[in-house]
Structures are given as C-alpha cells and as structure tokens.
Design a binder for this molecule. Structure first.
Ligand code: GLP
Length: 232
C-alpha cells in the first residue's frame, strides 16, 4: 500500500486526479467509480479537465435497493449529476435498485466479467466499509444484496429528509469483485475516518474491517488528509 498524506481534501483530489490521468494515458478503459461526499472534488477536477472518457466504461460500486435511477437519492442520479452529464463515458453501469435480486446480481457480475476494472476508486465508511460491504462481509463475496448497518444508515441520513427514508438494503460489488481491479485508489478525509484508516492500514486483515483486505492487493494508493491520518 502506498499512503499519501495531504494537507487538504482538495490536495487529495488532485493526487487522485493524477492517478486517473496516468491510467488514462496508459490506455485504461474501465473505471470503477464511487459515490459519497469524498469523491466530489475529484469529479469536479475530471469535469474541468481535458480527459476524454467517451471510449471508456465506468462501473459503479453500489446502489440503494428500491430507488429508481431518477430518484435524487439514488447513486445513479448522483453520478449523472456529478460526472456523467458533463463527462460522458461510452457506457456507465450502476446497479439497478429496482431490479430483482437474483437477476440484478447475475447481470452485474456479467458486467464486471465483460469489463475488467483498470482503476477502482473507493471511499471509506467510518466503520471501514468499502462499497457497501459492511463489517463481517465474507472476503469471497462478489456482487450481493447488503443489509445496511445502523451506523451506515446514520451516516447517510444527512442526505435524506427523514431517517426512515434511508433505504435499508443496497446492491454492492463485494470484496472479491473489488480486489479484481488492476489498481485501486482510496480516499478518506476528516477525523471521523481516522480509526477506520488506522484499522485498514495497520490492523489485522479481517472481514470485521472490510477495507483491510486492500493490504492484500498489489497496487493500492491510499490518499488521506492529516485529520484522517492522526491515529497512524
Ligand atoms: C457510502 C458509500 C461508500 C462511501 C461511504 C463514505 O456508504 N456506499 O461507497 O465510501 O458512503 O461516504 P462519504 O464519502 O460521504 O464519507
């Protein structure tokens, strides 16, 4: 794992942008993308850049079950707003939150098989989840339906009018699907992520700390600010 500690989240976004630029120059065609507040500055940099993804494919990590793509709380909607409208890809895959579990999981695994990811972008949950892989998720799990934990529902309720509106389930690429990416870049900012960052980098590799699996990946860059790095 290469760990880059930056002054500000914007500096972190610039580091991640440089990695996207390098992978693009190396003819990377498939980009695994993430939602949440963490990648927003990176997406702004990508939008403002000259980079052209119109011959590339994006594959998102996860989506809430029960939300349509045009629901403003869905991750499809978020991606359209933050990136795809201004910086289109040839094809952009996001799990379909309205599709039934058995067909959607099989479809998404086929998407991943057909589009091996060159660069996977990740955020980090405060409980060290990646995608929506909550603590305890088996490392061999691939795309699956997830029952969200109370801590994730709590963390994400800020985006919804009421806590009851936060979906309880999501479809998510699993740890094994994420580990298939050729390269991974994870960003985490703020003191709320400090314990998760420490456990991910210095702790035991265990399903109780989903992001710790990245210790076993051969090409990972972790970009954190001073606040997120304070327990290292
Ligand atoms: C959600 C997403 C994750 C994301 C995490 C952190 O749970 N499923 O992909 O990394 O939130 O969100 P934020 O970047 O807003 O802290």
């Amino acid at each position: 794992m290469e760990v880059i500690i930056v002054e500000t989240p914007l500096d972190g976004a610039k580091e991640a942008f440089d990695i996207f630029t390098r992978v693009k120059e190396q003819d990377g065609k498939v980009y695994g993308l993430a939602t949440g507040s963490t990648p927003i500055e990176l997406y702004k940099l990508l939008v403002a850049s000259e980079l052209d993804f119109s011959d590339c494919v994006s594959v998102n990590l996860d989506e809430y079950v029960g939300l349509a793509g045009d629901d403003e709380h869905s991750y499809r909607y978020f991606m359209n707003e933050q990136l795809f409208h201004a910086k289109p890809f040839k094809e952009s895959f996001v799990p379909d939150g309205l599709a039934p579990e058995d067909t959607e999981i099989a479809r998404y695994e086929q998407v991943l098989a057909d589009n091996p990811i060159d660069l996977q972008l990740l955020g980090l949950g405060s409980n060290a989840h990646i995608g929506f892989n909550e603590p305890g998720t088996d490392f061999s799990e691939r795309t699956h339906k997830v029952h969200l934990t109370e801590s994730t529902i709590n963390a994400n309720k800020r985006f919804f009018a009421n806590e009851e509106d936060v979906p309880r389930y999501a479809y998510s690429m699993g740890p094994a699907s994420i580990m298939d990416a050729k390269e991974v870049v994870l960003m985490a900012f703020g003191e709320g992520k400090a314990q998760a960052v420490k456990d991910m980098i210095e702790g035991e590799v265990t399903p109780e700390v989903p992001a710790s699996i990245l210790q076993n990946h051969e090409h990972v860059t972790i970009i954190i600010d001073q606040a997120a790095a304070q327990l290292l």
